[in-house]
Design a protein around this ligand. Structure first.
Ligand code: 5GP
Length: 184
C-alpha cells in the first residue's frame, strides 16, 4: 500500500529532466529521487549508487527474474530499471518519489500505479534538443542519432501525460514542475 506519492518525469534524452529532478531533490527534503540500475557504462564523473547502480547484463537479467524492478526497459541497447525495494520504502516513509525514466517504463508505471503523477518535459524544438545532446559531449555519433530517433517517438507520446512542461529556461521549468507537484 502506497502512502507517499509516486511521480514519473519523462522526456527525451538531453531535455534536462535529470537537472530538474536533481534540483527538486536538493530543494525539498520530502522529495526522493530514485536511483536506477543500468547496464550502460558509467560516464566520466558518474558515481555508483548515486547516479546509477551499474550492473552487468547478467546481473540485470537475474534481477529481472527475481522481480526486483518496479519497471524496467531497454533503451539504446542497454537495460534500465527502477529497484522496487528502495521506492517502496521511501513511499512508505511518506516521501514524494521521483522516477526519471524513459517512455516504456513510464507506461508500465501508468498501468501498475495509475495514481502516479506523470510529467513530460519537452525541448523548445528538436534542433535545440540536438544541440544540447551534442554539447553534453558524452555520446558517440551513433548514440546521438539513436537518441534523437527515440526522442521523436517519445515526444509523439506527450499527450499520455498529466502535465507537459517546456524546458526553455531551466529555472522556469523547475518552478513549473514544483508548482505541479505541490499543488496536488
Ligand atoms: P542515460 O543513459 O542518458 O542516463 O538515460 C537514458 C534514458 O534512460 C533516459 O531517458 C533516462 O530517463 C532513462 N532511464 C534512467 N533510468 C531509468 C529506469 O530506471 N527505467 C527506465 N525505464 N528508464 C530509465
Amino acid at each position: 500500500m502506497l502512502t507517499g506519492k509516486l511521480i514519473t518525469i519523462v522526456g527525451p534524452s538531453g531535455v534536462g529532466k535529470g537537472s530538474i529532478a536533481r534540483s527538486l531533490q536538493q530543494r525539498h527534503s520530502e522529495i526522493h529521487l530514485s536511483v536506477s540500475a543500468t547496464t550502460r557504462k558509467p560516464r566520466d564523473g558518474e558515481i555508483e549508487g548515486k547516479d546509477y547502480y551499474f550492473l552487468s547484463k547478467s546481473e540485470f537479467e537475474a534481477a529481472i527474474s527475481n522481480n526486483e524492478f518496479l519497471e524496467w526497459a531497454k533503451y539504446a541497447e542497454n537495460y534500465y530499471g527502477t529497484p522496487k525495494t528502495q521506492v517502496k520504502q521511501q513511499i512508505a516513509n511518506g516521501k514524494l518519489v521521483l522516477l526519471e525514466i524513459e517512455l516504456a517504463g513510464a507506461r508500465q508505471i501508468a498501468k501498475t500505479y495509475p495514481e502516479a503523477l506523470r510529467i513530460f518535459i519537452l525541448p523548445p524544438s528538436l534542433e535545440e534538443l540536438e544541440r544540447r545532446i551534442r554539447n553534453r559531449g558524452k555520446n558517440s555519433e551513433e548514440s546521438i542519432s539513436q537518441r534523437l530517433k527515440i526522442a521523436r517517438d517519445e515526444i509523439a507520446a506527450k499527450d499520455e501525460f498529466d502535465v507537459r512542461v517546456v524546458n526553455e529556461n531551466l529555472e522556469r521549468a523547475i518552478a513549473e514542475v514544483e508548482a505541479v507537484i505541490f499543488k496536488q
